[in-house]
Ligand binder design. Structure first.
Ligand code: NAD
Length: 307
């Protein structure tokens, strides 16, 4: 349900700064999805990553995901070609000199994000807003590490971005109203529905979802059930479209662990302690689908449980 912000559409049009170009930092699963939907909405997008091969991979993924939309008659081949033509890639922040909004979707680590803002902000025009797609980290703290806390906001897209309808909007303590309204208007342009969350660890969706995933990993760790039994039980018994371990692999086990660490540190409650088995998978580099192995081995068809 759209959040009631007490702001009418007319007010939004009068006061929010227009967004006519977007920069995206991080070309992983989320950054590529965000670039995809922004480009389809008609916005020019610059997609940046530290790894040039991540950019190449992202363009391939975006093209294939748009092909799927063409196959389902959701977009035309011309719309696909035009949208792809709106996406430029870069490895140098100088490319962001003219953008109205930068959406940061880099790895879920606070030091990585802070380091990005430090090199990014000197290249931005003063009016440029920054939205972080963080799943869990304090927007107030991230905003305070930049030169523009009032133009900094949380814009939390869901995975996969082209499919999922929700965007959580999270104001930091200093976020100003025009920034909130501009990002809310952008979400509407992208055909998304917004829910407003206060700035507390992991916001709304992940505060509820990721502890459930962590509990599923404990259920595996304690031998209550196998990977298949746990996922089937939750699919068939709770009517979830995906089992929790399958979902963890889809999100990325490193991201799930980072979110549990933020909840544990931020709320100081032992109920949020990350399961040691989740830590072990991440230490092994078994991060889920993106590395082809997590709770399932994706080199096998169908994917085979790894425990
Ligand atoms: P990912 O691992 O797929 O991609 C992260 C990308 O960031 C990589 O391409 C990496 O090269 C890049 N990166 C790392 N350091 C960088 C730097 N210094 N400068 C530029 N790029 C850098 O991760 P993801 O799943 O796309 O997650 C990205 C963000 O989105 C995280 O904050 C995560 O919490 C959030 N998020 C993830 C999901 C999900 O389901 N995976 C959902 C919502 C939000």
């Amino acid at each position: 349900m759209p959040a009631d912000t007490g702001v009418s559409v007319a007010d939004t049009q009068l006061t929010s700064p227009a967004i006519s170009s977007v920069g995206v930092v991080g070309a992983g699963q989320m950054g590529s999805g965000i670039a995809h939907v922004c480009a389809l909405s008609g916005l020019p997008v610059i997609l940046l990553d530290v790894k040039a091969d991540a950019l190449e991979k992202a363009l391939g993924v975006i093209g294939r995901n748009m092909d799927r939309q063409v196959g389902r008659n959701l977009i035309t081949p011309i719309e696909k070609a035009e949208a792809l033509g709106r996406i430029a890639t870069a490895t140098d922040y100088a490319a962001f000199g003219d953008t109205d909004l930068v959406i940061e979707a880099a790895t879920e680590k606070e030091d990585v994000k802070r380091a990005i803002y430090k090199v990014l902000t000197p290249h931005l025009k003063p009016s440029c807003m920054i939205a972080s797609n963080t799943s869990s980290i304090s927007i107030t703290r991230l905003g305070a590490s930049t030169d523009r806390a009032e133009k900094f906001i949380g814009m939390h897209f869901m995975n996969p971005v082209p499919v999922m309808k929700l965007v959580e909007l999270i104001r930091g303590i200093a976020t100003d109203e025009p920034t909130f309204q501009a990002t809310q208007a952008l979400a509407a342009r992208l055909n998304k529905i917004t829910a407003v969350s206060e700035d507390f660890p992991a916001f709304i969706v992940n505060r509820i979802l990721v502890p459930m995933i962590n509990e599923a990993v404990y259920t595996l760790y304690e031998g209550v059930g196998s990977v298949s039994a746990i996922d089937s039980a939750m699919r068939l018994g709770a009517n979830h479209p995906m089992g929790p371990l399958e979902l963890a692999d889809f999100i990325g086990l490193d991201t799930c662990l980072s979110i549990m660490q933020v909840l544990h540190d931020g709320l100081s409650d032992s109920k949020y302690r990350p399961c040691p088995l989740l830590v072990k998978y991440v230490e092994a580099g078994w991060l889920g689908r993106k590395t082809n192995r997590g709770f399932y081995d994706y080199t096998q068809t169908p994917p085979r449980p790894t425990r």
